[in-house]
Design a protein around this ligand. Sequence first.
Ligand code: VGL
Ligand code: ZN
Length: 243
Amino acid sequence: MTVLSSRRRFLGAAAALGAGCAAAPLWAAAPIQPGAKAALIVVDVQNCFVEGGTLPVKGGAEVVPVINALAPKFQNIVVTQDWHTPGHASFASAHSGQKAFSSIRLNYGDQVLWPDHCVQGTDDAALHKDLQLPTAQLIIRKGFNKGVDSYSAFQEADRKTVTGLAGYLKARGIDTVFVAGLATDFCVAWTALDARKAGFKAYVIEDATRAIDLNGSLAAAWKQMAAQGVRRIQSGDIAAAAG
Ligand code: VGL
Ligand code: ZN
């Protein structure tokens, strides 16, 4: 459409409606209304990933009120927890001479090495205390195989072992996922990308995430997500709960 014809259409619509009667500006995109076939996936909003935790993400706790406000707009909510064994293969401490935030090659591919974090059953691995998701239906724990990491809520880093989440969502007739939580460039991005691979429509709600941003990982993640059809939105793009 040319600029001229779109402007004519806009002016025509404004004139037809008359001044002052439209609640939203005519040029705003229609809000997204998550229905029965949509699920909110709240990724790893755990003590380990906020200030005072073992792998704090800058501003991590700021996603909590945003996610709490989104929750009533969804009929389906899935929560994930990073849930590692002690001595997990993703921990730098499990590899002699290796430092956190470096990378090594494991049998399934490249692995970033992290500080020990989110160990099963510890307070560090618990969900953030202010997270209010009373209607959440499923908690997926991931990264519990000692030798394999799992950023994604769908599939472990060996790219073979599944968590069962795709089957669960499909069995319940869900075809669209909205991903929020921590961290944008690791567990959120891998979850959204695997959702696409499994055939779901996928949105990432940017202001409901915070990133680690290691060596340009955040920009790389957004680029990869765009290429795979993951849509980047803001929490304000989602409509209030119906009814
Ligand atoms: C995550 C690094 C290591 C995440 C989990 O939740 O994004 N990042 N484990
Ligand atoms: Zn982890």
